[in-house]
Design a protein around this ligand. Structure first.
Ligand code: COI
Length: 355
């Protein structure tokens, strides 16, 4: 099926940023995509309009019960000015998984893909091309029905906004210090940890604040039941190189199925590097550090791509990993993924689509 998405172009285009060292997610493009839902018409009225504030009733359910989900993906401009998007279908699939978990009606995946392509094409002049920069695409759904009863909303908006971004962390691809969180948990199995919903991020802010006050960049989340098994790092998935093997926590229901996570696993397998998805306890990591087999650790996410971990603090012990510098594997994975994303390296996996 082909979709026609009407476009209303802005009459007052904004100036584009002269550099890309602004904070992540602060510069937005000229247009946005909107799609409405109500119980009678289902999802309807797709359109691209000038970027603008939206008006919502103060009783809209998203404000009270957090019925909302989002995604994050990126588009890139190659040296020969082609526009590439990285694995949009994975994000669209996960968007519907998140929707189902939050009792939000499924979106038509073909329409979402078409909307992603069209909005990026409309704002194509905003896509930066310097290394380390991209157009960050933020699709999201909010419950808009103005009713305070606790029940799934009968009205929603699906929107896509675009932001010109450089590095997610001020550190860039330099190692960050991590605090292993002893008190707070991010999610539990049976909860919403594997859905990309706002509450997971709101619930992580307090621990992040406390870690920042102690001088750390991020927290390492342990599981909510045993307070022992590693789940995620900040808002990223996490990998450890133990000897010659790379390990990452298995998707157990409380961990987000990251697109970069799955790409890293495929890449490692492609290179013949053993990779295991399994439960990893913090004790195993401490022990591996003591015995000298903890070679590297890094976080993976769309925003930062790869974020090397230079140190971990756990129960007043500070573990410096790989002398605190970016490890060989972290750099290799970063170069390979960003190279494929930017169309510099061959893409043997069919991850990249050209608009
Ligand atoms: C990512 O790493 O892509 C994230 O999920 C962070 C995002 C919430 C800014």
């Amino acid at each position: 099926m082909t979709y026609t998405i009407p476009v209303e172009l802005t009459s007052s285009p904004k100036p584009k940023p002269a550099h890309h060292n602004q904070a992540f997610g602060t510069v937005f493009t000229d247009h946005m995509f909107i799609l409405d839902y109500d119980a009678e018409q289902g999802w309807h009225d797709p359109r691209i309009v000038p970027y603008q504030p939206i008006q919502l009733d103060p009783a809209a359910k998203v404000f009270h019960y957090g019925q909302t989900v989002f995604e994050g993906l990126k588009a890139y401009l190659t040296e020969d000015r082609r526009i590439l998007m990285f694995r949009p279908n994975k994000n669209i699939e996960r968007l519907n998984l998140s929707n189902r978990r939050l009792s939000i009606p499924d979106l038509d995946e073909e329409l979402v893909l078409e909307a992603l392509k069209q909005i990026v094409l409309v704002d194509r002049d905003w896509i930066p091309s310097e290394p380390g920069t991209s157009l960050y695409i933020r699709p999201f759904v909010i419950a808009t029905e103005p009713v305070l009863g606790v029940a799934p909303s009968l009205q929603y908006k699906f929107m896509i906004i675009l932001s010109v971004v450089g590095s997610y962390y001020a550190e860039g691809i330099n190692p960050v210090g991590i605090y292993v969180e002893p008190k707070y948990v991010r999610a539990v199995v049976g909860g919403v940890g594997n859905a990309k919903t706002a509450g997971n991020y709101a619930a992580g802010l307090k621990a992040q604040d406390e870690a920042t006050a102690k001088g750390y960049s991020q927290v390492l989340w342990l599981d909510g039941v045993h307070r022992k098994y590693i789940e995620e790092v900040g808002s990223m998935n996490v990998f450890f190189k133990l000897g010659d093997t790379v390990v990452t926590p298995a998707l157990n229901g409380s961990i987000l199925d990251g697109v970069t996570r799955s790409s890293v696993i495929q890449l490692l397998q492609h290179w013949g590097i053993p990779v295991e998805e399994r439960a990893i306890s913090i004790d195993e990591i401490i022990e591996a550090h003591r015995s000298g087999t903890l070679v590297e650790a890094f976080g993976t996410g769309t925003a930062a791509v790869i974020s090397p971990i230079g140190s971990l603090e756990w129960q007043d012990e500070k573990l410096v990993i790989g002398q605190g510098v970016t490890g060989e594997l972290s750099s290799r994975v970063y170069d390979a993924i960003t190279g494929i994303q930017r169309g510099i390296l061959e893409d043997p996996f069919g991850w990249v689509i050209e608009l």
